[in-house]
Write a protein that binds this ligand. Structure first.
Ligand SMILES: [Zn+2]
Length: 89
């Protein structure tokens, strides 16, 4: 008797699920390298305008957009001018 794991379709399916899991973990790890907004303010105390609106620490613009989270991951705030990923929310 070959058993369930002798079936090439099952092996392929398990491999695909394993790969998807690795990619999900990788995306999560990458995401958590970004600070939260309060941490961002701590890290870049000068990265704000006169009203206290957070700015890009790299090019000092307030032109920041919110990229929607993919696959259930949280959102990322990205500088529209230089493309730097700034903080997560
Ligand atoms: Zn920038």
């Amino acid at each position: 008797m070959e058993g369930l794991f002798g079936d090439p379709t099952v092996i392929l399916l398990v491999a695909a699920l394993g790969l998807a899991l690795i990619l999900a973990i990788y995306a999560t790890v990458q995401h958590h390298k970004l600070p939260t907004l309060s941490k961002y303010r701590e890290l870049h105390p000068t990265a704000k305008d006169r009203k206290g609106v957070p700015t890009c620490f790299s090019c000092n613009t307030t032109n920041i957009y919110l990229q929607n989270g993919q696959n259930g991951f949280a959102q990322v705030h990205i500088c529209r001018i230089c493309g730097t990923k700034l903080w997560r929310s």
